[in-house]
Design a binder for this molecule. Structure first.
Ligand SMILES: [Zn+2]
Length: 335
């Protein structure tokens, strides 16, 4: 009798080469196939706060239909391109969070799919919390449970692509990351970015929650074999666990510097603290740094945080708030 080999784990190793070299110039007219069943279409909303623009991702194929992750702003041309890339066969629309560069395209895309004669795809995600800014209001048709799996099936009914939803508060209270389990790819939304630093804008942004969510994702990278991170702004990140460890290190170093500044200038105002704690960052970014300093202050000294929040509220706001600030061209740390 010839022994048959023991069945192996279904997930094939994803070599870095399995993802296309992610170095082509940014463009917004056509989707880029990162894998046969993973496409990235970047919205035409580049800027200081959004980097090259918001990455919308499509998971699936002609055989399974598609899940759209982060349809982006309500940009009719971008939504038409998403519809075309999916052949109008969108089975679900997922928003990683409620910010205006991610969620407003969801319901207009749903309407386009239905106008094309396809069944109504559900809009999924988590509702914005009461702490969200007014322009970040979002209500999904159904809230995703933490740990819920969304599956696309082959025509014969076999599951083909599985997206695991993970609640990752921190950048926004209603932030969700998605793990494509068969391929070990993490769609990180704005929780982890490439080329820019996630802004933590309290009270909806929370540094404690952000660091805890990063730790959860770091553990997941090891346990689930996450090999690459696909952010909502910027290119694919490899070396997932290392990338996350570096993010945590960057935050804690900044926090230590802020603690030293507070100790040296206990009676100064917020702008003075920002000027000292972010003296390695372009003053152009100080309005954003101001929000991040507050997020650290909330951890370091909650009562002092409460006292300066009133003062902070009359200062320059983020434009648009709660998104991402591009790092300076020179390799200096960002907020
Ligand atoms: Zn964003």
């Amino acid at each position: 009798m010839v022994a048959t080999p023991a069945p192996t784990v279904a997930r094939a190793p994803l070599k870095p080469a399995a993802l296309v070299p992610d170095a082509a110039p940014w463009q917004h007219d056509a989707a880029v196939a990162l894998l046969a069943h993973v496409q990235r279409l970047t919205a035409p909303n580049p800027g200081r706060m959004t980097g090259p623009g918001t990455n919308s991702y499509l998971v699936g194929s002609v055989a399974t239909g598609y899940v759209v992750i982060d349809p982006g702003p309500h940009d009719p041309a971008h939504l038409q391109r998403l519809l075309a890339a999916a052949g109008a066969d969108v089975r679900a629309i997922v928003c990683t969070h409620s910010h205006p560069d991610h969620a407003p395209g969801a319901y207009p895309l749903q309407a386009l799919v239905m106008a094309a004669g396809r069944p109504k795809p559900p809009v999924l995600g988590l509702p914005s919390a009461v702490t969200a800014r007014a322009h970040s209001h979002f209500v999904p048709e159904r809230a995703l449970a933490d740990g819920e799996r969304l599956q696309l099936h082959d025509p014969d009914g076999q599951p083909r692509h599985t997206l695991l939803a993970l609640h990752t508060p921190g950048h926004a209270a209603n932030h969700v990351c998605l793990l494509l389990e068969e391929d070990g790819l993490l769609f990180s939304g704005d929780h982890i970015l490439n080329g820019s630093t996630t802004v933590i804008d309290p009270p909806d942004g929370d540094m404690d929650a952000y660091l805890a969510s990063l730790q959860r994702l770091w553990v997941l990278c090891d346990a689930a074999g996450v090999r690459a991170i696909l952010p909502a702004h910027g290119r694919v990140l490899g070396e997932s666990a290392t990338a996350i460890a570096q993010l945590v290190q960057h935050r804690l170093r900044r926090e230590a510097k802020i603690a030293r500044v507070l100790a040296a200038h206990p009676d100064a105002d917020l702008d003075t603290w920002v000027a000292h704690a972010y003296d390695d960052v372009s003053p152009e970014l100080w309005p954003v740094a101001r929000r991040s300093l507050l997020a650290h202050l909330r951890r370091l000294d909650p009562s002092l945080f409460a006292r300066v929040m009133d003062q902070a509220s009359v200062g320059p706001s983020l434009t648009p708030p709660g998104q991402t600030a591009e790092r300076p061209a020179t390799p200096r740390p960002a907020p």
